[in-house]
Design a protein around this ligand. Structure first.
Ligand code: BG6
Length: 521
């Protein structure tokens, strides 16, 4: 039976939905199964900034079933009341819809509990089991459990083993379903990802594993498939006959902020390219799936990665570029160089910018380069996919001095959300001047709605049991395989030019050697 639907909670305007034709069809699927969600790492940054506000919005929108329970499980000492107060404070600071309404907050707060825990101590997992069992007894719809791993990644295997020891694994739960949500990064390289997967699969089969890549929860990212497969005009030209190159950018203006400890062991290739940016590549390059089924889609995405030519160590210098930001000025204020950031080694060789060229060896994409780049402290925050088409075969228009630019279709992911098409037009007048113009679609004005934050969608989907927007192990493993030679080369060879780009710029000049056509940020 299809889920019932309710009107989307994120109403950017004040007119009722029915009065505005732009908003017709805006719906959000209600979640049918109540469950208890256990947030491991509930005193951490991710919980307060992203997960708690997402739960709150689901509650506010009437999407969360009434009997849903929230259990925080973390090291910081709280009792239930103390944790509820903490949640209220954090919501006041981070909720996307302003401070929580008192009456509505009470109806959520009464379902929140907390366990102060040492992840190495089995007794705390037994305490969790007792709490879940007691809640299940009280509720007519009890039994369903969602374990959300939002701790630092080194703790993931420990939690998974402890869940099994405490008989909190799916097979011991006879009353309902048990699923696990695993935050990124899933491993720090191929070997560690495989080791983590071995731990995971001993307890949870793939159908119960929800690996997060929050980019997949962003509305414009979900729209990539709709653009391609709900329209007829794009697909006929979406191939090597018409596409010259594809460039995918995930640029940030921020530096590493307070996350130097994590980031210095990761770098841009692991932190962004291996997951977020490669998922964008998969959505742009995949074949049409046979249905909207999660595995039909994920199989097509995997097939893209399988078809990417495996780089060899000797290719790395030709297909990858790295950078690290130096000292400079951001928004008129002095900005530290990366090596001076907190918890970063003063001689760090970690890249804060990475650009990679991949080639997909299949019928559709043979010889079309895919350029990927991501970096911190760049000129603008901007994530986008630009598909550049081939030039016209014969020059018929334009004065001799006019450049005839190729068509570019830009899928804008953030901060602007929309689609833009560049094409050539005749400049009014008696001469035959030609110049580029743009056809723009913007989600905000097109639907008169603010896109819901990614985590809201993803938590809801995990509760619904829809894995479409979560990464499957075969694709994660293959993505690690593809970046491994680059990682290994960069680990083995220090880059003596670091720091090699200024904050607020376009990244290292060497990126232009990889590709001279980067779109300016
Ligand atoms: C995270 C990375 O996965 O994505 C961060 O660990 C990065 O380093 C962030 O800043 C970017 O996400 P968004 O949604 O702001 O583009």
């Amino acid at each position: 039976m299809p889920d019932a639907v309710v009107t989307q909670a994120h109403d950017a305007g004040s007119r009722p939905a029915a009065a505005n034709p732009l908003r017709s069809g805006l719906t959000t699927g209600r979640i049918s199964d109540a469950c208890n969600i256990v947030f491991f790492g509930a005193s951490g940054d991710l919980f307060k900034r992203m997960l708690l506000p997402a739960i709150w919005e689901l509650h506010r929108g009437g999407i969360l079933p009434a009997q849903t329970g929230i259990i925080g499980f973390a090291r910081t000492a709280f009792d239930d009341a103390g944790f509820r107060d903490y949640c209220h404070e954090q919501l006041t600071a981070f909720s996307t819809s302003g401070p929580p309404d008192d009456e509505l907050w009470k109806t959520l707060a009464e379902r929140i509990s907390y366990i102060t825990a040492d992840f190495t101590d089995p007794a705390h997992f037994t305490q969790l089991k007792d709490l879940l069992d007691a809640r299940d007894k009280k509720s007519s719809k009890g039994g369903n459990r969602l374990f959300y791993l939002a701790t630092p990644p080194p703790v993931f295997p420990q939690i998974i083993r402890q869940l099994q020891t405490a008989k909190l694994d799916p097979h011991s739960n006879k009353k309902g379903w048990t699923r696990v949500v695993i935050e990124k990064p899933f491993g720090t390289d191929l070997a560690s990802a495989r080791a983590l997967q071995r731990e995971v699969e001993q307890v949870f089969d793939e159908s119960r594993v929800y690996r997060i890549d929050h980019y997949l929860g962003k509305e414009p990212v979900q729209d990539i498939m709709a653009l391609r497969f709900a329209n007829t005009i794009f697909e006929p030209v979406w191939n090597r006959n018409y596409v010259d190159s594809v460039q995918i950018t995930a640029a940030e203006t921020l530096g590493v902020e307070e996350r130097g400890g994590y980031y210095d062991g990761a770098g841009a290739l692991r932190d962004m390219i291996q997951n977020h940016v490669m998922n964008l590549l998969a959505l742009v390059a995949m074949e049409p799936p046979s249905s909207n089924d999660a595995d039909a889609i994920r199989t097509e995405k995997y097939k893209v990665f399988a078809a990417i030519r495996q780089p060899k160590l000797e290719d790395v210098a030709q297909i990858a570029v790295r950078g690290q930001y130096g000292k400079g000025t951001v928004d008129g204020k002095p900005a530290k160089e990366y090596r001076e950031e907190d918890d970063v080694r003063p001689d760090s060789n970690t890249e804060t910018f990475a650009a990679v060229k991949f080639e997909i060896e299949n019928w559709r994409w043979a010889s079309v380069p895919f350029y990927l780049r991501s970096g911190k402290r760049l000129a603008r925050k901007r994530s986008e996919i630009a598909v550049t088409f081939k030039s016209v075969p014969h020059r018929l228009y334009g004065e001799s001095t006019d450049a005839i630019e190729p068509n570019v279709l830009v899928l804008k992911i953030q901060p602007d959300e929309g689609i833009s098409m560049r094409f050539e037009a005749k400049v009014p007048g008696s001469k035959q001047h030609i110049r580029s113009v743009f056809m723009d679609f913007n989600y905000g004005t097109g639907f008169r709605i603010e896109s819901p934050p990614a985590y809201e969608r993803l938590i809801g989907d995990a509760m619904r049991g829809d894995q479409t927007l979560f990464t499957r192990w075969d694709a994660v493993e293959r993505a690690w395989e593809l970046v491994t030679p680059i990682l290994e080369t960069w680990l083995a060879e220090r880059d003596s030019s670091f720091p090699n780009y200024l904050p607020g710029g376009q990244g290292p000049a060497t990126a232009d050697k990889l590709f001279s056509g980067w779109r300016p940020l």
